[in-house]
Design a protein around this ligand. Structure first.
Ligand code: AVI
Length: 302
């Protein structure tokens, strides 16, 4: 289970300082993320939706009569395209935010009245118990959005292996991965001109102040997105622009100008590196759709 207080205090005390990216997604952070998916520089959402629009029929061929299990379903926007193409025997959205999940489940039940929807409120980094109603159905895991990229490779492999165990031996997985591309495009996607991603990053400090009785001076911090070529990832940091002292949950912290808090990794995979990651996680790629090469959807067999 997540421990916001413990993870924030440990992360601020660590060197380098780092706070897990999953804490971006309180109600306000989730709403800002929805805005990010619509900004002109953030291409992954549009690229993945275009792949689904063009190829969902082919993706569906291998999945007839299955239950779709979506990891981190959020607003399930892309899912609708897949649901229309596959017409699954059941849909199981998994999400950490219960209210959001129930609202999405109700909306989908209204739009797909013949499709049973069994929401599961859970953090997909924990072990997941699937609903007994889908026990005898073949499963298609759906993990869109390149969320796998937010995990360091060792954790990504652990998650892929857990998915294989949860979904079962005859299952399939449809997974979205952002591809390596020119650094300018990558950095702009995480440092947009309108400053939406900056607000998303800084909301983490605002959340700490709100929920952990913090006194962090938000004005002293600036959003930074940088490409780490050795590790093939965009990193988001919050850079301190002046020497500051603050408290969080009664504990004192001091940061010097130019120090940063590392808040997110977003790994980008070449086609080969993506297949290798999936293989390490126990999945064999049997279909791949990549359009102009900016983003890929891979269909894998357990
Ligand atoms: C959710 N995740 C895949 C996004 C990404 O691209 O890594 C989160 C994000 N962070 C900043 N912009 C988008």
């Amino acid at each position: 289970m997540s421990d916001f207080r413990g993870d924030v205090l440990a992360g601020l005390a660590a060197r380098p300082r780092a706070i897990p990216a999953r804490y971006f997604y309180d109600d306000q952070g989730s709403a800002i993320f929805e805005e990010i998916t619509r900004i002109p520089e953030y291409y992954p959402t549009r690229a993945e939706q275009a792949l689904l629009d063009a190829h969902a029929g082919e993706m569906a061929l291998a999945c007839s009569g299955c239950a779709i299990v979506e990891y981190g379903s959020g607003a399930s926007v892309k899912t609708r395209t897949l649901l229309r193409a596959v017409a699954p025997a059941a849909y199981v959205p998994i999400d950490i935010s219960g209210d959001f999940l129930r609202a999405t489940a109700d909306a989908l039940r209204a739009d797909f009245p013949d499709m049973p929807v069994y929401p599961v409120e859970a953090d997909f980094s924990d072990a997941i118990a699937l609903p007994p109603e889908i026990a005898d159905l073949p499963k298609l895991g759906f993990f869109p959005g390149s969320t796998i990229g937010n995990l360091v490779p060792a954790d990504a492999v652990d998650l892929l292996r857990r998915m294989r165990v949860t979904l079962g031996e005859d299952s399939r997985l449809l997974i979205g991965m952002d591809r390596v591309k020119d650094v300018g495009t990558l950095v702009r996607a995480y440092d947009d001109a309108a400053g939406v991603t900056s607000r998303f990053n800084l909301n983490l400090l605002a959340r700490i102040n709100r929920e952990l009785d913090g006194t962090i001076p938000l004005g002293a911090f600036a959003h930074e997105a940088r490409w780490n070529d050795d590790l093939s990832r965009i990193e988001m940091h919050l850079r301190c622009e002046a020497d500051v002292a603050f408290t969080v949950a009664g504990k004192d912290f001091a940061m010097a100008a130019c120090e940063t808090i590392h808040t997110e990794n977003s790994h980008k995979y070449s086609a080969r590196a993506g297949r290798l990651l999936l293989a390490a996680g126990g999945w064999t790629v049997v279909g791949e759709w990549a359009g102009d090469g900016a983003f890929a959807l891979s269909l894998c067999e357990a």
